[in-house]
Design a binder for this molecule. Structure first.
Ligand code: GDP
Length: 462
């Protein structure tokens, strides 16, 4: 019998935790993780799980072994983050819960995990835009008060550049570099994604330095027509090439083939910066999540989004706060994504929201401060991290009172909300240890990773 394949997309903005999530997910599946809320595992029905060769030759393989190697160093290091699309296949052998299916023997599922930058999802609306429309939108955004300072260099380039001048490679290159620098600066400063992309200007993946990215919007005059050999016509052709050779293949060959999707979100970082940063995060997600929301009857939906039937939003790095705040973190993410998703029912997918730590770097303890017992987290801060005025060397443990999240999740999204006052320390990851004398590897610690797996995979292992 054919082995069915489930394609699970893992996405999220840069540094949201995709690499760690996938590494931990695979490690927990293939070498005996502790997953009490992942029902097929809890019921003892998972026989074994193992890595299989990649089914798609042209897609880079997710560097699972390389990431594990970083985590097994002494001291352990966080692996490198996602910069491009990659994929890995895990085959799971399980005993079905149904007597009828059990009669056929052991069942098998191929789980293809697909890792890709969330930034690439903002490109979908480009497919419906002409170069002229894109120029008009990009210029309006660049001239908005919040963007102007970042866009200064590129806007000056535009005022000095005549779109009807003869096409010129050096001019195109300069414009593209200035435009990319502006998008990156705006992104770094306020988390907001330039909603008209292109996503690859933020994370080029394998297209770093490629001529496919040598274009930018120009200050066109809507009433003027531009000759074939003009700079404007050259830029328009490259914009169309980007759509044809980059955007369309990504959505057609990768995105549209996903069955399930998890979107990872780092809520704690922005929460700690204050309400404006949380609102910015919500806007960035709004741009990214548009692909899941486009209503029925739209041709883009028909082409690209019909397959995903379960969508999980996960707030990552929950080990930075005490377990008493995990439900609050989940509630805040629910409010953020509810707004970004509009009516979730439009997607036709079952939507879940969860807080988790795929790789738990801290443990909990209580510290006595005066007469009060404060719930703390304990871990080894990375070298150079500061806790209470002390700079850490990367070897010494510290107990940190992380602070409380707002009880009313809506408070987190008030634009003028004060920073959450969390002590946000970057901890060393736990070390991945080699198998002991019994051949068993100690399970990796996590928070609620098993619940996420249950939501995403359990019905395919029924
Ligand atoms: P991405 O691949 O760009 O989405 O992000 P990564 O998976 O590389 O995560 C970025 C950083 O976030 C890591 O280097 C860690 O410092 C931190 N991080 C990610 N997941 C966790 C987690 O579960 N716990 C903790 N404590 N930190 C995490």
């Amino acid at each position: 019998m054919m082995t069915p394949t489930l394609r699970l997309g893992v996405t999220g903005l840069s540094r949201s935790g995709k690499t760690i999530f996938i590494t931990a997910l695979i490690r927990n599946l293939v070498s005996g993780g502790r997953l009490p809320f992942f029902m097929p595992e809890a019921e003892g029905r998972i026989e074994r799980a193992y890595l299989e060769p990649q089914p798609d030759d042209e897609v880079p393989r997710f560097d699972y072994e390389g990431h594990l190697e970083m985590l097994s160093r002494n001291p352990p290091e966080w692996p490198e983050s996602t910069r491009r699309l990659s994929q890995l296949r895990v085959t799971i052998e399980f005993k079905s819960g149904s007597a009828l299916r059990r009669a056929f023997g052991i069942s098998r599922l191929n789980l293809d995990v697909v890792d890709y930058p969330g930034e690439w999802l903002i490109d979908l609306p480009l497919l419906e835009m002409t170069y002229e429309q894109w120029c008009a939108e990009a210029l309006a955004q660049a001239r908005s008060p919040r963007r102007q300072a970042h866009a200064k260099g590129w806007l000056e380039f535009l005022s000095a550049t005549d779109p009807s001048a003869p096409k010129d490679e050096q001019t195109a290159l300069r414009g593209a570099n200035l435009f990319a620098a502006y998008l990156k600066a705006a992104r770094a400063d306020d988390h907001v994604l330039h909603t008209t992309g292109p996503g690859r200007f933020l994370l080029p993946g394998d297209l770093e330095g490629s001529p496919l990215l040598t274009f930018c919007p120009l200050a066109r005059d809507a009433k003027q027509s531009y000759g074939r050999n003009s700079l404007a016509a050259m830029m328009a052709r490259r914009f169309e090439s980007y759509k044809t050779h980059v955007v369309r293949p990504f959505f057609r060959d990768h995105f549209s083939r996903l069955d399930r999707q998890i979107v990872l979100v780092d809520v704690l970082g922005p929460l700690n910066e204050g309400g404006d940063a949380v609102v910015d995060l919500q806007k960035a997600l709004d741009a990214v999540l548009r692909v899941f929301r486009i209503g029925a009857g739209n041709w883009l939906t028909a082409l690209f989004t019909r397959r995903i039937d379960k969508l999980l939003f996960a707030a990552t790095k929950a080990d930075h706060i005490h377990s008493s705040s995990h439900d609050r973190l989940e509630a805040i993410l629910r409010v953020i994504t509810d707004r970004a998703m509009g009516r979730a029912s439009d997607t036709g997918a079952e939507v879940g929201v969860q807080a988790l730590a795929a790789l738990r770097a801290t443990r909990e303890a209580e510290a006595k401060v005066g007469n009060e017992l404060l719930p703390c987290i304990v871990g080894v801060p990375m070298p150079g991290q500061r806790v209470g005025g002390k700079v850490f060397d990367g070897k010494t443990e510290a107990a940190v009172f992380p602070g409380d999240l707002p009880a009313n999740p809506r408070d987190a999204l008030r634009p003028n909300a004060a920073p959450a006052g969390l002590q946000f320390v970057r901890f060393r990851p736990p070390r991945v240890l080699p198998p002991g004398i019994d051949g068993e590897s100690p399970p990796l610690p996590h928070i609620r990773l098993d619940r996420a797996l249950d939501f995403l995979l359990a019905d395919w292992l029924a």
